[in-house]
Design a protein around this ligand. Structure first.
Ligand code: XIL
Length: 698
């Protein structure tokens, strides 16, 4: 087993509070990077908390002048009385490009790492075009490199009425910064009014038990971070609780090599510097992925690479060069891997290469289209050569707990090991929701324990949304308690397998900055950086229900029984309870052959979602082959599915049984799922029907 001693850590030796680390040397002169979504702020769920006073740092009502606002690009700004809130507002005209608009310098106003609540009102002048999608954005400039971040998009702004935009934004470091209003495409004039920016300097409670110290007897605890997470109060929290960090986006191919031969390590190095300063290890993520990988990798002179041997050789050489450049950079900057000073101890070599719906279990990515499955082994071999023996090489995937995904994942790792491919570790992302089967989680861990690999939980978060139909600003108190018990029970599973784990990492610091849809609240700390019940679920379950945020007492709310411990198996997923699966007598239906119940759960983020659909045959006859149909609200598109054959026509989606799950006895369930893209707020599909007969929820 390629285990190695954990990076020597003395949590007490680590310093807190954190201070802003300077960007390291490797900034890239004059490259203007349109990193639109790198630290995309989630639309505000931000009620001002009772315990921390918000400070107004910027206000403009345009009653006495332009308040420092200027035209951006070709645009000019002027005061207007047209359609004003109050007497006057700001009018932007003469926009020649969508990024032209109205701008204000916030270099001395915005504070890196601090969450800002931005509120303003938008409207089109009476003379403008019908409607436009306007965008509130921020520009940060560091060492001549600019990055652009969308704070919020106001869709369908018209001249009919004012639209208020409220969102939170947490800037990373900058030399200069501006806040501006632009559009997504329209060049219309627009009006802006009543701009207010407030901040709250939230501070973590550094007297709390440290997560890393608490879990140290079992495994190192890590947190995935963005550059803005290692500054101010969040930086103090990360320094206090994490034995290691994973860069959330900054080591992905698009961040590191946006164009061929142009490497950009600044943001990643800011995180590595933080880790060095605080005695933390770094888990690198990720060398190869089908997402966040620039198109140039797969093109020659703008045309898609083919499967010709010349094109295959070109892609292989790019893969090798990319991996080598990263290893060289970190060896040069921080010293040889495995030595003091270089904190990188592991790297995801390939991410999300499994697709259980394919006959060979492999995702049909551009990598696969051009190189077939060989790119996976090649990536590991290149990585071993480049990084040497002291960096653990991981394969990483999501939904690995589901048996249908576990099987091809296991098969791939086995086959790679059999070929002598240097795979050291298997990562389980564990992006789950409250109630996801812990029996499945344990089953997957046990299955990989039979192989000579270490394992890691790489991206843990536990969404409070159990299906796409749920939506809230703050989750109900009982759901937060269920989440705490879920974390407790999951950690109990992981502790039972501690010797198999290299580390356990949560995907984000706090609920105000998660990649999931606002309101999912999947993490251990709330937006004020205060410990949630979920934190106590990990650290000291006897304190669940005693934190100030949980209003109901445990007696009034669901007890731990709602989240079965692995010992309480079977889980609801495996053996539906009578309430969940009405007996034939309980469900009088004219068409027993089509009688069904559907339970929908989904994790959604700004542009996509992962959905799981449990279909139960509530009829009286065994189905031999089945077909589930449903209708999307509009805009969603299935990008890949599993455990069924998925097709989409317009908004209608059809899932036909896979060869191995077509037989569905009365009372039996099948779990299928898919990934979908969506342009905005995801909605729960409607009209679920099995073989044409409508299904109930359940
Ligand atoms: C996510 C980031 O957290 C987001 O900021 C980004 O917009 C999309 O990617 N699986 C992975 C991670 O392996 O890289 C993803 O991170 C989350 C899902």
């Amino acid at each position: 087993m390629p285990r190695r001693a954990h990076f020597p850590l003395d949590p007490r030796a680590r310093t807190a509070p954190a201070r802003a680390t300077a960007l390291s040397v490797s900034s890239l002169a004059a490259l203007v990077v349109a990193a639109l979504v790198a630290t995309l702020a989630l639309v505000a769920q931000a009620a001002t908390p009772a315990h921390a006073a918000a400070t107004v740092v910027l206000q403009a009502d345009f009653e006495d002048g332009l308040d420092g606002w200027t035209g951006r690009g070709a645009a000019t700004v002027a005061l207007s009385t047209q359609g004003a809130r109050g007497t006057q507002s700001l009018l932007a005209t003469g926009r020649a490009e969508s990024w032209n608009g109205a701008s204000v310098d916030v270099t001395d106003t915005f504070e890196p790492g601090v969450t800002h609540q931005v509120s303003l009102w938008l409207r089109l002048p009476a003379t403008g075009s019908g409607y436009a999608d306007l965008r509130v954005s921020a520009q940060r400039d560091i060492d001549g490199t600019s990055s652009y971040e969308t704070i919020a998009t106001a869709t369908g702004v018209t001249s009919g009425s004012w639209t208020q935009v409220s969102a939170s934004y947490t800037p990373g470091l900058f030399d200069t910064a501006s806040l501006y209003v632009e559009s997504t495409s329209s060049l219309t004039d627009f009006l802006v009014d009543d701009v207010t920016v407030t901040t709250e300097k939230v501070r973590p409670d550094l007297s709390l038990p440290q997560l890393d110290e608490t879990l140290e007897p079992w495994f190192p605890f890590g947190i995935a971070v963005e550059p803005a997470d290692v500054l101010a109060g969040r930086g103090e929290l990360v320094a206090h609780h994490a034995a290691q960090i994973t860069p959330g986006n900054q080591m992905k191919p698009d961040a590191i090599q946006p164009t061929e031969g142009t490497f950009r390590f600044g943001p990643a190095d800011q995180l590595v510097d933080f880790a060095v300063e605080h005695g933390q290890r770094v888990y690198g993520h990720t060398l190869v992925w089908h997402q966040q990988t620039p198109d140039w990798f797969f093109q020659r002179d703008g045309a898609a690479l083919t499967t010709s041997s010349a094109d295959q050789a070109l892609l292989r050489s790019r893969l090798k060069a990319h991996i080598e450049a990263i290893a060289d950079h970190y060896r040069t900057t921080y010293g040889e891997f495995g030595t003091t000073g270089n904190p990188i101890f592991a790297f995801d070599v390939v991410n999300e290469v499994i697709d259980e719906n394919q006959s060979d279990g492999l995702r049909r990515s551009e990598w696969y289209r051009i190189l077939g499955s060989s790119y996976i082994a090649d990536a590991f071999r290149y990585a071993r050569d480049a990084f040497g023996p002291d960096v653990l090489l991981f394969i990483n995937d999501y939904n690995s707990e589901y048996p249908n995904k576990r099987a091809p994942y296991l098969a791939l790792v086995k086959s790679l090991l059999a070929q002598g491919v240097p795979v050291d570790g298997v990562g389980h992302q564990l992006h789950v929701e409250v109630g996801r089967s812990l029996e499945y989680v344990e089953g997957t861990i046990s299955a990989f324990e039979a192989l000579p690999v270490t394992q890691a939980v790489t991206e843990l978060d536990v969404s409070t949304y159990q299906h796409g139909g749920e939506s809230w600003t703050n989750p109900p108190a009982d759901r937060l308690l269920q989440q705490a018990y879920y974390y407790r029970d999951l950690v109990a599973v992981l502790k039972r397998h501690a010797s198999s784990f290299e580390s356990v990492t949560v995907w984000g610091v706090d609920d105000s900055r998660t990649w999931l849809r606002a309101g999912a609240a999947p993490l251990l700390f709330d937006g004020q950086l205060q410990a949630k019940d979920a934190f106590w679920g990990v650290v000291d379950p006897s304190r669940i229900g005693t934190t100030p945020t949980a209003t109901p007492t445990p007696d009034e709310t669901p007890t731990p029984d709602d989240t079965p411990t692995p010992d309480d198996t079977p889980t609801p997923d495996d053996t539906p309870t009578p309430e969940e699966t009405p007996t034939p007598e309980d469900t009088p239906t004219p068409d027993p052959a089509g009688a069904c119940a559907v339970r929908w759960t989904a994790n959604a983020w700004n542009t996509g979602l992962t959905a799981n659909v449990r279909v139960t045959n509530t009829g009286t006859t065994t189905l031999d082959g089945w077909r589930l149909t449903f209708t999307f609200g509009g805009g969603q598109k299935v990008t890949q599915g599993w455990s069924a054959d998925w097709t989409q026509s317009g908004t209608t989606v059809t899932a036909t049984n896979a060869p191995w799950n077509g037989r569905l006895a009365p009372g039996a369930s099948v779990e299928i799922g898919f990934n979908a893209s969506h342009p905005g707020t995801p909605t729960t599909p409607t009209g679920f029907a099995l073989d044409g007969a409508a299904c109930t929820a359940g």
